[in-house]
Design a protein around this ligand. Structure first.
Ligand code: NAP
Length: 280
């Protein structure tokens, strides 16, 4: 594994990158991207910007020549109206988590779906599998896009049934409420709801019995790194995928969009783990 280089100081030529969100002080993205910049000898720094007024923030991005952005809750959908160009896939998902500033033109992309697929493919194949997606929010849209690319059959289950129905009709899936999944046959279960997120670590989005016929479980929640859903799956000898793997892969895809270089994924993972242990 390659080491981050120690001697680097920002100077008059340092390029700025950052994450826009609210709140954002918990973000692990600065740790990952700054480690990658140092390791690749790129004179750049990545900061966290706690932003509520997107329009003003993006004027600042152009005025200050900030070269790239990550975008997180609650701005992923709203930002689309403020960008100059949206990648067709991001447009279909309806959410942008990455911005590239090319000579003052802001281009929006979505790397969440790439991260979800890459994380799942570390433990299973996707082609033609049956997937049960819990949730119908922004990240569910990205996950469903990735699953469709892999020709999976999708069932969407959400607390608010109307949202499940809407997303299902957009991606050719079946749907139900969260209470309608018992007995449903699926190879892969993916939790895209925020249920189980710290501090509600004992919460689980569906009854553990739903796991009985599933081969693989992924939870997008990454704080805690192992949610109750993943613990229940592990005790049943089911392959598990932590949200941290998706977080890492979506960040690696962002780095590649910004720099045109392969991301040092091992080093970014190490930075992610260090960032997590400092927060613990
Ligand atoms: P979102 O658009 O706000 O959607 C939230 C989803 O969670 C909705 O489906 C919502 O259902 C459901 N939900 C919330 N509270 C619930 C409850 N008490 N019971 C049942 N369902 C509930 O949020 P998002 O952007 O999709 O993010 C969702 C989660 O994914 C967050 O924890 C986020 O941190 C995580 N995430 C992780 C990654 C990663 O890289 N690992 C990437 C993106 C997001 P309703 O429609 O009924 O409100």
């Amino acid at each position: 594994m390659s080491e981050a280089r120690a001697e680097w100081h920002p100077d008059a030529n340092t390029t700025l990158y950052g994450i826009l969100g609210h709140p954002v002080r918990h973000s692990l993205s600065p740790a990952m991207h700054n480690a990658a910049f140092r390791q690749q000898d790129i004179n750049a720094v990545y900061l966290a910007f706690d932003v509520t007024d997107l329009r003003d923030a993006l004027k600042g991005v152009k005025a200050l020549h900030i070269k790239g952005l990550s975008v997180t809750i609650p701005h992923k959908e709203e930002i689309i109206a403020h960008l100059d160009h949206i990648d067709p896939v991001a447009s279909r998902i309806g959410a942008v988590n990455t911005v590239v500033n090319r000579q003052g033109i802001l281009h929006g992309y979505n790397t969440d779906w790439i991260g979800a697929v890459a994380a799942l493919e570390e433990v299973t194949t996707l082609q033609g599998k049956k997937a049960l997606v819990l949730g119908a929010g922004g990240s569910a849209r990205a996950v469903c896009m990735g699953l469709r690319e892999k020709h999976c059959a999708i069932h969407i289950a959400n607390r608010t049934r109307e949202r499940a129905e809407r997303l299902a009709s957009e991606c050719g899936a079946s749907w139900s409420g969260l209470d309608g999944v018992e007995g449903l046959e699926a190879d892969i279960l993916i939790n895209t709801t925020s249920v189980g997120m710290s501090p509600n670590e004992d919460a689980i989005p569906v009854h553990p019995d739903v796991l009985s016929h599933v081969e693989t479980v992924m939870d997008l929640v990454y704080s805690p790194a192992e949610t109750r859903l993943l613990r229940e799956a592990r005790t049943r000898d089911i392959a598990v995928v932590s949200g941290l793997r998706m977080l890492l892969h979506q960040a690696a895809a962002q780095f590649e969009l910004w720099t045109g270089r392969s991301a040092p994924a091992d080093l970014m993972e190490q930075a992610l783990q260090n960032g997590l242990s400092q927060k613990a």
